[in-house]
Design a protein around this ligand. Structure first.
Ligand code: KG4
Ligand code: ZN
Length: 375
């Protein structure tokens, strides 16, 4: 079954064609990073307007120019219906419904979080989900951070989640405080190179259990990143960085150029990074990674596999620490291919290709679900 997938939940406009849930014929991702960078975060109005402008071309590119298939070869249309920004989700949903009607093919609406987990199974050489379930997945992106036990497709148990900021949000806000630009994850990762991760001891989000709003979830498996951001703010108050550091300057004694990139290699910002900023960034990154890895270690029980998905799973330090953890506790680590970690439509089309999601008349009646959860 060939599925055309559409993804517009946040600031990536994406369309993809995937065969039988696994063979990615095309996956076009248009990032809006440059539009949002001046504001230091995603501006919903700009995001939805940009989806409206770009989506027709992105879909045409994915189907006509890159898939090697024709419109007639498509068997279904799949689209993200939540969670995400409502005004952005609505653009994709309207397009999906229109295409399904025009092509006379069934519509399927997909949960974005379930699709991130499914990103592990995209590609000819990817594992088959029936061979690896049950497994524990760390889902960590700009909008979500949670630990999920995956018992099978469609069978998810939420083990823990963030009680405030998402992991990616912590990277983005930290980078903003350090003047490293947006998106913050790649910027902090780049700035951290050569820095000392033990330069500042930032908090790891371990709070008194009774203080965490875990909604019945095990507090040991929940995350909290707002204290980390506050700690960085106080640190920078006590140790102010010279203003010149966030501007381009040739006057630093020890400096390197940091260029932040998106997954597709698009350059977004160039900043001068001193060794001090580098070490603060490395310490901040280490605190986030520590918090994520520690909870993964606690979440795994008798599963044989551990996985990390979502935009933050692109982080090399997180990948290497997850690899160390999995070796030490005797489980195998699964990571999505880099091109499927951040938001993309291949994961939407792929999951729909397995028969998951809400289909046909029920899908046609669906609205955006900005707060959709998992498990
Ligand atoms: O999955 P994603 O594209 O969108 C959401 O569903 O939210 O994730 C975007 C997030 C951003 O916060 C970005 O800063 C973060 O992923 N990110 C990274 C890296 N690349 C992207 N965080 C840490 N290290 C990276 N290399
Ligand atoms: Zn996402």
């Amino acid at each position: 079954m060939n599925v055309l997938g559409v993804e517009t939940s946040c600031d990536e406009t994406s369309a993809a064609v995937v065969g039988d849930g696994r063979y990615v014929f095309s996956n076009v991702v248009l990032s809006q990073t440059d539009l949002h960078a001046p504001y230091g975060g995603v501006v919903p109005e700009i995001a939805s307007r940009s989806h409206v402008e770009s989506l027709p071309d992105v879909i045409r590119e994915a189907v006509v120019n890159r898939s090697g298939l024709t419109w007639n070869d498509l068997d279904a249309v799949a689209v993200t219906y939540g969670p995400g920004l409502s005004s952005s989700l609505l653009v994709g949903i309207a397009a999906g419904k229109g295409l399904a009607l025009r092509l006379n093919k069934p519509l399927c609406v997909i949960n974005h979080l379930e699709a991130h987990i499914y990103s592990l199974f995209l590609g000819e050489d990817a594992p088959h989900f029936e061979d690896v379930c049950p497994f524990v997945a760390l889902m960590v992106s700009g909008g979500h951070t949670c630990l999920v036990r995956v018992e099978g497709l469609g069978h998810y148990i939420l083990l823990g989640q963030t009680v405030d900021d998402a992991g990616g949000e912590a990277f983005d806000k930290g980078a903003s405080l350090l003047g490293l630009g947006y998106p913050g994850g790649p910027a902090i990762e780049k700035a951290s190179q050569g820095g000392k991760a033990d330069f500042v001891r930032f908090p790891r989000g371990r709070q008194k259990k009774e203080k965490l709003r875990t909604y019945g979830l095990d507090a040991d498996l929940c995350f909290s990143f707002s204290g980390l951001r506050t700690a960085l703010r106080y640190y920078l108050k006590e140790h102010p960085l010279p203003k010149v550091r966030s501007q381009r300057s040739a006057t630093f004694a020890e400096s390197s150029t940091c260029q932040s990139h998106y997954a597709d290699g698009t350059a977004t910002a160039a900043k001068e990074v001193t060794s001090e900023v580098s070490s603060i960034a490395a310490s901040y990154q280490e605190a986030i990674v520590d918090a994520l890895v520690e909870r993964c270690g606690k979440a795994v029980r008798d599963e044989k596999y551990l996985a990390a998905v979502g935009g933050v799973s692109l982080n090399k330090r997180l990948r290497s620490r997850m690899s160390e953890l999995s070796k030490s506790i005797g489980v195998k680590l699964m990571l999505a291919k880099p091109e499927y970690c951040a938001d993309n439509a291949a994961m939407i089309a792929g999951l729909a290709g397995t028969g998951q999601g809400i289909w046909r008349a029920e899908a046609m009646a669906m609205d955006a679900c900005p707060n959709l959860g998992i498990g």
